[in-house]
Write a protein of this length. Structure first.
Length: 179
């Protein structure tokens, strides 16, 4: 029985390999120390995602735990480490006044969940214009955001009522295709 399970797992892996092989992975480890300014919190998080081979979508999973405040929203921002930047993609939202202007982001798990998981799929429709006009970020331009992530200037931020600027944050790291 164990051999049959192993064979089935291997066959399944080979069948999925072409679609996964072309995907580019992005990830971030989130902590309060990466916030600007740093936040003293026991909270932590992980963001993992795959950019589709055609660069037209990003599927993601955001995990966080130990928040000291109640989650309000989570986003992808554009800025280099140590700098706060514009929100460009909402990863999850809560009730008013923290609504994703596109209406596409899933709901953040309520309260201070011991561990929360948010999953979703990002397309050009999820991209909003940067709030800082000097960044010249355009609504609907997913290619522009993917380029920023690849350049090392994207980060994920989970905001709470106690830390409205963000309780945990992590810079996105992209693994280039073809490595």
């Amino acid at each position: 029985m164990k051999r049959l399970q192993t064979v089935l797992v291997l066959i399944g892996g080979f069948l999925l390999a072409p679609s996964i092989a072309g995907a580019e992975r992005i990830s971030a480890d989130l902590s309060g120390y990466d916030e600007v300014p740093s936040v003293s919190t026991v909270a932590q998080g992980e963001f993992s995602a795959q950019i589709a081979r055609d660069d037209r979508s990003i599927s993601y999973e955001l995990r966080y735990s130990g928040l000291q405040g109640t989650v309000q929203q989570a986003h992808i921002h554009v800025a280099q480490p140590g700098v706060n930047g514009s929100i460009v993609i909402w990863l999850c939202q809560t009730a008013t006044p923290f609504l994703d202007p596109t209406g596409l982001a899933p709901q953040c798990p309520a309260g201070q969940a011991t561990e929360a998981v948010v999953t979703g799929n990002i397309t050009a429709a999820n991209v909003i214009a940067g709030s800082t006009t000097s960044q010249q970020l355009t609504a609907g331009d997913l290619a522009e955001i993917i380029a920023a992530i690849r350049a090392g200037v994207g980060y994920v931020n989970v905001h709470t009522n106690l830390s409205p600027g963000g309780e945990i944050r992590g810079h996105l790291d992209a693994s280039r295709r073809g490595k």
